[in-house]
Write a protein that binds this ligand. Structure first.
Ligand SMILES: NC(=O)c1ccc[n+]([C@@H]2O[C@H](COP(=O)([O-])OP(=O)(O)OC[C@H]3O[C@@H](n4cnc5c(N)ncnc54)[C@H](O)[C@@H]3O)[C@@H](O)[C@H]2O)c1
Length: 326
């Protein structure tokens, strides 16, 4: 099986590469990444690879893992790289909600135009499947746990960009018979996330730098935290079972409040004789969703996947990784 991963040097991409590089069925992995959020730092600790810093130098070879520094906006390159590829896992995106509010057009260009380059290339080159990393952000403020069938009503340009591509995936399956699987991730955390601006990374960095932990609002708002190891096992299952058009929630279905999260981190750090800095509450962030989780019942039934790692264990593994990589 030959797999191309866009954005494969990022957080989820690195965790996925670690998993795929152990699979005998996976004969070839091509990663394309523009290094806007990442570098070769994580992959250097994961596996051997052939690296092309200029896409024009790329030649097909026998290396199991190839990394090409390039942008998904380059359509000609997308057509060339997806030739003879079985599955495309599309992770590259401008993934910040705040960034999409600051610069909506840039978010649209990367997340919609850039994605279309790979969806269209998958169609033209007759790929066996296209796996799209979507998000619970397509739902906006619906009541959790949100089911796959809920009405999609995003409240950020990021959510709207994911929704546009979800719609194109559905159309490409219906009209062109391209197998497309939409995976809506909840809030992911885990190894290889040093560069992220997510809440767990931000808290851990503040703890290391002995800076106050600041919570927007009263800390009672909730998120559905999914450990990246579990999430990547779901991506692999989705690759193997990619047929027709499917939407799966890759999540835990459970809500954890920010206050609870801080308590859990306090417990883990205290066991390592590290005292947590002061926690301060700031004003609510405008547009922040208060309660959030994605239902997993459809995924359990159809994809036969469920998350295995408890938040306590996942957090411990994440913090251990941060401690040895800071
Ligand atoms: N992390 C989460 O909690 C989460 C939740 C829901 C959905 N997602 C989605 O999962 C995907 C992966 O997220 P992540 O957390 O690994 O993000 P990340 O930022 O760590 O990884 C994205 C990678 O894409 C690369 N990239 C960005 N723009 C590019 C471009 N124009 N051309 C080529 N490469 C480009 C970046 O350099 C980075 O390595 C994204 O599509 C994101 O929207 C993530």
């Amino acid at each position: 099986m030959k797999i191309l991963i866009t954005g494969g040097l990022g957080f989820i991409g690195s965790n996925l590469l670690k998993l795929l590089s152990t699979k005998k069925e996976v004969k070839k992995i091509i990663i394309i990444d523009n290094f806007s959020k990442s570098s070769l730092k994580y992959i250097n600790t994961i596996c051997k690879y052939k690296y092309y810093s200029k896409s024009k130098d790329y030649k097909a070879s026998n290396h199991k893992v190839t990394v090409i520094k390039a942008d998904i906006m380059d359509y000609k390159l997308a057509l060339k790289l997806t030739h003879n590829i079985d599955y495309i896992v599309h992770l590259a995106a401008e993934s910040g909600i705040d960034a999409s509010i600051d610069k909506p057009k840039e978010s649209f260009n990367t997340n919609v135009n850039g994605t279309m380059n790979y969806l269209e290339s998958a169609r033209i080159n007759k790929a066996k499947g296209f796996i799209f990393a979507s998000s619970g952000a397509v739902f906006g403020t619906s009541k959790p746990p949100m089911k796959e069938t809920y009405i999609r009503a995003p409240i950020s340009p990021y959510g709207s960009s994911k929704l546009s591509i979800e719609s194109f995936c559905e159309t490409y399956s219906n009209v062109f018979n391209l197998n497309t699987t939409i995976l809506r991730f909840s809030n992911a955390y885990g190894k290889y996330s040093l560069h992220k601006k997510s809440i767990i990374t931000a808290f851990v960095k503040n703890i290391f730098n002995n800076k106050c932990i600041s919570i927007n609002g009263d800390g009672k708002h909730t998120r559905d935290y999914i450990f990246a190891d579990d999430l990547c096992k779901a991506i692999y299952k989705a690759i193997i079972k990619c047929k027709g058009n499917n939407i799966f929630h890759i999540s835990t279905g459970k809500e954890t409040s920010i206050n609870k999260l801080v308590d859990k981190m306090k417990y883990i750090f205290n066991n390592k004789s590290i005292t947590l800095p002061k926690v301060i509450n700031k004003k609510d962030r405008p547009g922040d969703i208060r309660f959030n989780s994605l239902s997993t019942s459809h995924t359990k039934k159809e994809l036969k996947w469920a998350n295995k790692t408890s938040i306590d264990l996942g957090l411990k593994k994440t913090i251990d990784w941060f401690l040895s990589n800071k």
